[in-house]
Ligand binder design. Structure first.
Ligand code: SF4
Length: 181
């Protein structure tokens, strides 16, 4: 990654996740102030920008690919980001969202929207992205450059990865995090 005087540009978003990985990002606390001198978050649920820029140095994706919107976001991040990080167990191995893979999707939808609902049960068809038959980890949809496992990955691991990349080194976060940690 470039270590020029200009800031490293970053984009993040969540696919099918709980946003806990982004909360872990915020858990870097005062270190975020320090990082703000070196990175520029151009697009993220954490900032106001609503359009993914044409070219971003670093993309960070939380969550698995469970619906058509997730799929499109994953493809867009891969297209627009020079380096792509799979953040957290849902992105890395499917984790909680992939638990539905053991069941038929139609049965899952029936269970969620009809069987367990007492008042006006109905399956939403408008304004929601279509669920895909199988939940996939990010790397089965697009090429991933770096994995940070954990549920969520600890703030220390995210900070380590970012500071190593800023320094122009290739980080190995496995010493600082593990699946389910
Ligand atoms: S890895 Fe854990 S914390 Fe991160 S989105 Fe998935 S369930 Fe939430």
């Amino acid at each position: 990654m470039s270590t020029s005087a200009s800031k490293i540009t970053v984009a993040t978003t969540w696919l099918d996740g709980c946003s806990g990985c982004h909360m872990s990002f915020l858990d870097m606390d005062e270190r975020l102030i320090e990082l703000a001198n070196q990175i520029d978050i151009l697009y993220s649920p954490l900032v106001d920008t609503k359009e993914l820029p044409e070219s971003v140095d670093l993309g960070i994706l939380e969550g698995s690919v469970s619906n058509d919107e997730d799929f499109a976001k994953a493809k867009a991040f891969r297209q627009h980001c020079k380096l792509l990080i799979s953040l957290g167990d849902c992105a890395v191995n499917g984790n909680v969202p992939a638990m539905r893979n053991a069941f038929n999707l139609d049965d899952v939808i029936e269970r969620a929207y009809r069987d367990t609902v007492d008042i006006n049960p109905q399956i939403p068809v408008e304004g929601v992205p279509r669920l895909r038959r199988v939940v996939l980890p990010l790397h089965e949809v697009v090429e991933v450059d770096l994995f940070i496992p954990g549920c969520p990955p600890p703030a220390n691991a995210i900070h380590y990865v970012l500071t190593e990349l800023i320094a122009g080194r290739t980080p190995d976060p496995n010493q600082l995090t593990r699946f389910g940690a």
